[in-house]
Design a protein around this ligand. Structure first.
Ligand SMILES: Cc1ncc(COP(=O)(O)O)c(C=O)c1O
Length: 401
């Protein structure tokens, strides 16, 4: 894969060499972690080291972190786990859930399932036009039977960072479970679960240069969730299944690197974001940037760009086929089965036309400064091609004989 053209780090990240080496090394230590003989010792040490690296990245204690198969499982576990606990404790009671309209499908679909199965009431809060959910809007939506609030930390399409600390404060002492989808934040911005104050926080290894199919859930000490996967008592009895040792160790290596490089990366990506904005504005003056105006409220690797009158699908196809550049469509549904308009952008109040003209650009560890110029030149060229194609024939075509 050419890294130069890769501008879709929010979809997934390349696995870093540290994570690959750690995977190979750990895969050789093949003993089952649940076995009792001495051969298991190095495996146990590998797992402990990985857990510690992840706890450092997330800001929690080792007994608060549980390994899963990724962000989707962690989000499923947090929401279903609370519901299973609540319904066992008080069957028949009607319950109310609050989520943001910005959430990823691994939250939206779970909530739809809970709505269908347990007939719970759901409030879906729209963000403001910069993609931010205020603590006040959460407070205003609370009902006496609110059991769960789920708000993501950083949005995957526009990069808006939610005021999780303020929302935690609003929910404190109300006996409401507060889940936070941290998949697009952990490894990219500073995350301290204890300071942020949520009950559960999900993360995924492949968003910070670890392997796909591996992630975790922080569960605050004192909070109980019903297990989603029952089995052989692994993860202190909360998540059955033989540990994916090599994957976890690989994710641990990526987490260690992410912790070490966090400040440096934040600074570098902010610089790239600034360059991208400046160069795009200069080369394509009609460009509009969706998302927070206050850039401290946006993950600096993410940019949502709208070029009015230009179909993002066509633009992305030209970038891919002419320049080998990969970006995401703001308008494509994440499951790729149905091409529906982005629910995130619509919830922020963009029109259908604006949504259809929006691209998501995300940079990462292997983006170089010169790639920004390559990218913005390619966008300007593609826009001029599309503008020429869409002009009426009489304006653009002079027949030569
Ligand atoms: C915000 C968010 N939550 C959850 C997920 C799902 O994570 P995973 O791919 O590890 O299942 C993603 C993946 O794109 C995401 O962006």
């Amino acid at each position: 894969m050419s890294i130069q053209g890769y501008f879709d780090y929010n979809a997934t990240t390349p696995v870093c060499s540290e994570a690959i080496n750690a995977f190979v090394n750990a895969a050789k230590a093949f003993a089952n972690p649940s076995s009792k003989y001495a051969l298991v010792k190095p495996v146990g040490a590998f797992l402990s080291e990985a857990r510690e690296s992840l706890c450092k990245l997330v800001g929690c204690a080792t007994d608060e972190l549980f390994f899963t198969s990724g962000g989707t499982e962690s989000n499923n576990w947090a929401l279903k786990g609370v519901f299973l606990r609540e319904f066992t404790a008080a069957p028949g009671e009607s319950a109310h859930i609050i989520i943001s309209a910005l959430e990823h499908s691994s939250i939206l679909e779970v909530v739809r399932y809970l709505e269908r199965t347990f007939h719970c009431e759901v409030s879906r809060l729209n963000p403001d036009n910069e993609g931010i959910i205020s603590a006040e809007s959460v407070l205003a939506a609370l009902r006496p039977n609110t059991r769960v609030v789920s708000i993501m930390l950083a949005n995957n399409e526009v990069g808006s960072i939610q005021p999780i600390c303020d929302i935690s404060r609003v929910l404190r002492d109300r006996n409401i479970h507060f889940h936070v989808d941290g998949v697009q934040a952990v490894g990219k911005i500073k995350v301290d679960a204890h300071m942020l104050g949520m009950d559960t926080l999900s993360f995924s290894g492949h968003k910070f240069y670890g392997p796909k199919g591996c992630g975790g859930l922080y569960i605050r000490r004192g909070v109980t969730l019903e297990p989603l996967i029952h089995g052989g008592g692994q993860e202190r009895g909360y998540r059955g299944g033989t540990e994916a040792v090599a994957m976890i160790v690989s994710m641990g290596a990526a987490a260690k690197l992410a912790s070490e490089q966090l400040d440096e990366n934040l600074q570098r990506f902010a610089q790239y974001s600034d360059l991208l904005r400046k160069q795009l504005t200069q080369k394509v003056p009609t460009v509009v940037f969706n998302g927070p105006k206050n850039l401290s409220m946006q993950v600096p690797n993410t940019l949502s760009i709208c070029i009015p009158g230009i179909r993002a699908e066509a633009l992305a196809a030209i970038l891919d086929n002419l320049n080998g550049i990969q970006v995401s469509l703001g308008s494509a549904c994440s499951n790729n089965k149905t091409m529906s308009l982005s629910h995130v952008l619509l919830s922020m109040g963009l029109t259908d036309e604006e949504v259809k003209s929006t691209l998501r650009v995300s940079v990462g560890l292997y983006t170089q400064e010169e790639d920004i110029k390559f990218f913005t030149d390619a966008v300007a060229n593609a826009v001029s091609i599309l503008n020429r194609i869409s002009k009426p024939v009489s304006e653009d075509h002079v027949l030569t004989t």
